[in-house]
Write a protein that binds this ligand. Structure first.
Ligand code: FES
Length: 206
C-alpha cells in the first residue's frame, strides 16, 4: 500500500485552538484586504466567505482549526459559526491538508459516460492515492467532484483555476509532469484569485 500523508477520518474535524494558544497568521496584506472587504458589507458576518478565501490562501490551502479560529477572531464571530459556513461549501478545504495541486475529477453523468471512471482509476494508480488522499511527496491531492459545468469538455478535470478536458491518459501524463515541476501551489493561487475578484467587486461598487 502506498505511503500517504495521513488525512484522518473524513468525519474528523480539526480541533479549534484554545483562545490562549491562538496565534494569528494573516499577513499585513491579508489584513488590509479584509479591512477593504469589510467596508463592502453592512455587517461583518456577511464577510465570512471572502475572509475564508483569504484564510485558505494565508494558511497554504488548508483551513485548519487555527485558520478558522483566526477568521472567527478577526470577524468577531463564534468558531462554530465560521466552521459551519466553511464546512458547508466544498471549495473550502476543511477536511484535511491538501497537496500543492488538487486534481478534481468530475464523475457526474456526462463525464462518466465519456470515461471519467477509467480516468480516475488511471490517476489513482499513477499517483498511488485514492480520492481524498494526498501523495506522500505532498504534490497532489485527488478529489472526486460533481458537475463542473463544462460538460462539452468531458471527461473533465480541474486543477486550481484551470479546466482540462477532454483528457486521456497521454494528456494526464503530460499534465502531471508539468504540474510536478511547478513550485507554486495552484490551490493557493486559486484562493488568491477569488480574493482578488471580491476586492474588484468592492472597488466597482464604491
Ligand atoms: S458532467 Fe462533468 S462537467 Fe458536467
Amino acid at each position: 500500500m502506498s505511503e500517504l500523508i495521513q488525512i484522518g477520518g473524513m468525519n474528523e474535524r480539526p480541533k479549534p485552538p484554545r483562545p490562549e494558544d491562538l496565534s494569528l497568521r494573516f499577513s499585513d496584506r491579508a489584513i488590509r484586504e479584509l479591512e477593504a472587504l469589510e467596508t463592502h458589507y453592512p455587517e461583518r458576518k456577511a464577510c465570512i466567505l471572502p475572509a475564508l478565501w483569504i484564510a485558505q490562501r494565508e494558511y497554504g490551502g488548508y483551513l485548519s482549526g487555527e485558520a478558522l479560529a483566526e477568521v472567527a477572531f478577526r470577524l468577531d464571530r463564534s468558531y462554530a459559526e465560521i466552521e459551519g459556513v466553511a464546512t458547508f461549501y466544498s471549495m473550502y478545504n476543511t477536511a484535511h491538508p491538501v497537496g500543492r495541486h488538487m486534481i478534481e475529477v468530475c464523475t457526474c453523468l456526462t463525464c462518466q459516460i465519456c470515461g471519467a471512471y477509467p480516468i480516475a482509476e488511471y490517476l489513482k494508480e499513477k499517483l498511488g492515492v485514492g480520492f481524498g488522499e494526498t501523495t506522500s511527496d505532498g504534490v497532489f491531492t485527488l478529489h472526486e467532484v460533481e458537475c463542473l459545468d463544462a460538460c462539452d469538455r468531458a471527461p473533465l478535470i480541474q486543477v486550481g483555476d484551470e479546466y482540462y478536458g477532454p483528457v486521456d491518459k497521454a494528456y494526464l501524463d503530460n499534465l502531471l509532469d508539468r504540474l510536478r515541476s511547478e513550485a507554486a501551489s495552484s490551490v493557493v493561487k486559486l484562493a488568491d484569485e477569488i480574493v482578488q475578484v471580491h476586492l474588484r467587486e468592492t472597488e466597482r461598487d464604491r
